[in-house]
Structure formats: structure tokens, C-alpha cells
Design a protein around this ligand. Structure first.
Ligand code: CAA
Length: 256
């Protein structure tokens, strides 16, 4: 049985589920390679317009596999090229919605932060506890958390390894939405379905500009936005969107 399961629960939407329950979905090479292969495939799949990334109802991902870390030497990191596997997610061109229930710790919290939207169960447990096992976040945790919630909350969380709930993640701006426990996946699928019904070229430009703009100077980011905005006027979906609005009917987007 695969540790990464890809399904298509709704038209236009793929669900990528991590299933390694005996280790609370901890990220070993098999899970990492499974995730990279899943996202590489979905990037090329024209039918798929949004992806939901999830674990189980009780655990998202409890971090990198600590058993593997016990034996890991620096050269193993060089040989495994983990950053290349993560790039399948960082460069993924379609919206990714993480549905988080239970533990999202260490590499699990970092995995959730690779998504564009995070839906959290009320009592989900987020955190970057790596300091407690003698290391530090190594898959973007220090930097993505910093950008999401600011320096002072980040420092507190990464230096103490303190965990926080889905509700707290929402209040500090890490989660996009908090929902009753057990309903994160359903809510994430609903959001994905709404996005999948939008014109995909506009969706792709929006994702690219928001992501690239986060780290660019404002003037550069605004130029990027302007160019992408102008480019969309060359799409059939832009004309259809405007025409449908004026005709007071539902638009029929073709992705062209
Ligand atoms: N790696 C490997 N195995 C793990 C694991 C991990 N990160 N987390 C849990 N497991 C395994 C446990 O060893 C245990 O296996 P056995 O049954 O064979 O003993 C099984 O999953 C169930 O775990 P627990 O018995 O500990 O379950 P619990 O409900 O009592 O506690 C928990 C749950 C609080 C999440 C606890 O398992 C825990 O603290 N896990 C580690 C969390 C952590 O420190 N994550 C960060 C890892 S470092 C990292 O991620 C680096 C990075 O930035 C990339």
C-alpha cells in the first residue's frame, strides 16, 4: 500500500493523502518521494485545477522521521537532495489547500506551510519542536513562519518548540480558516472545488504573483502584478467572464 495516495474526489480536484499511520505520517524518503511524484504528475494534468493535501483525521504529519535522523550524517543530506523533492511543491503551479487535523509538527508544519491555503481543525497541533531533538527547522520553517506570523512569535515558537492549536494558528495568521475538528478535509475540498471552477489561467497568474511578490520589493511586485493583469486580457476566459456578467448568466470558462 502506497504511503501517498492520490484520488480525485471532485471534478477538477485532486486529493493527495499521506498514509503512514505506524509513524504518525512522519516524513521518510518514501513519503517525500511519493509527494514529489504526486505533485510532479498533477502539475502536468490538465484536468486538475486545485489540490488538497492531507493526512488522516488524527494526524497531518508528525515531522521528519526521527528514527532516520538518529543515523543521518551531513553527507546523507547531500546525497538525498531533499530540497529537490520539496521543489515539486514550491514550484507547483496550481493552488494547494492543506487540510490539517491532529499533529502538524516540524516537517509537518513546514509541509503545511508549502500550501497556499491552510484549513485547520480547531484542536490541530501545530509547532516547530525541532530544537527539542537537537536540531532546527530545515525545510523552510524558520523563514516561512517568520513571513506568516512575524519575528517575535516565530522566535518564541522555534526557540521553545512550543506547540499551538488550529484556533491559535488561525488567530496568528498561519491558518486561513479554522473549522470544527473532523471537518478540515471537507472544508478544504469545498474551497478547492470553488477554485477549480474559476478560470485556470487567472488562478495560475494570481498564485504566481502572490508567491513571487511576497519576497520582492513592493515596486517590483506591483510591476509583476500589472504585467500579469494585462496578460489576462488576452484570454478567452477574460472575455467570457465580462460577457457573462453583462448578460447576467453563469460564465462558461474553457481555460483558454
Ligand atoms: N519520526 C518517527 N517516528 C515518529 C515520529 C517522528 N517524527 N513521530 C511519531 N513517531 C512514531 C513513534 O515513535 C511511535 O512509534 P512506535 O509505536 O513504534 O513507538 C508512533 O509514531 C506513535 O507515536 P507516539 O507513541 O509518540 O504517539 P503519542 O500520541 O504519544 O505522541 C506526538 C504524539 C506528540 C506527535 C509524538 O509522537 C512526538 O512528539 N513526535 C515527534 C514530533 C517532532 O519532534 N517532530 C519534529 C521532528 S524533526 C523535523 O521535523 C526536522 C525538520 O524540520 C524537517
Amino acid at each position: 500500500m502506497s504511503v501517498v495516495i492520490v484520488t480525485r474526489p471532485v471534478a477538477g480536484v485532486a486529493q493527495v493523502q499521506i498514509s503512514r499511520p505506524e509513524a504518525l505520517n512522519a516524513l521518510n524518503m518514501e513519503v517525500r518521494q511519493g509527494l514529489a511524484a504526486a505533485f510532479d504528475g498533477l502539475a502536468q494534468d490538465e484536468e486538475i485545477r486545485a489540490v488538497v493535501l492531507t493526512g488522516s483525521e488524527t494526524v497531518f504529519v508528525a515531522g521528519a522521521d526521527i528514527k532516520v535522523m538518529l543515523e543521518t550524517q551531513p553527507v546523507d543530506h547531500l546525497l538525498r537532495k531533499l530540497h529537490v523533492l520539496w521543489e515539486s511543491l514550491t514550484r507547483f503551479p496550481k493552488p494547494v489547500i492543506a487540510a490539517v487535523e491532529g499533529y502538524a509538527l516540524g516537517g509537518g508544519c513546514e509541509l503545511a506551510m508549502h500550501a497556499d491555503i491552510i484549513v485547520a481543525g480547531e484542536t490541530a497541533t501545530f509547532g516547530q519542536p525541532e530544537v527539542k531533538v537537537g536540531v532546527m527547522p530545515g525545510a523552510g520553517g524558520t523563514q516561512r513562519l517568520l513571513r506568516a506570523i512575524g519575528k517575535y512569535k516565530t522566535m518564541l515558537l522555534v526557540l521553545t518548540g512550543e506547540t499551538f492549536s488550529g484556533r491559535a494558528a488561525f488567530e496568528m495568521g498561519l491558518a486561513s480558516r479554522v473549522v470544527p475538528d473532523g471537518s478540515a478535509l471537507a472544508e478544504a475540498l469545498k474551497i478547492a472545488e470553488r477554485i477549480a471552477a474559476m478560470p485556470p489561467l487567472a488562478v495560475a497568474q494570481i498564485k504566481e504573483v502572490v508567491a513571487a511578490g511576497e519576497d520582492a520589493p513592493l515596486d517590483t511586485a506591483l510591476r509583476l502584478e500589472r504585467k500579469a493583469f494585462q496578460l489576462l486580457f488576452d484570454t478567452a476566459d477574460q472575455k467570457e467572464g465580462a460577457r457573462a456578467f453583462l448578460d447576467k448568466r453563469k460564465p462558461h470558462f474553457t481555460g483558454r
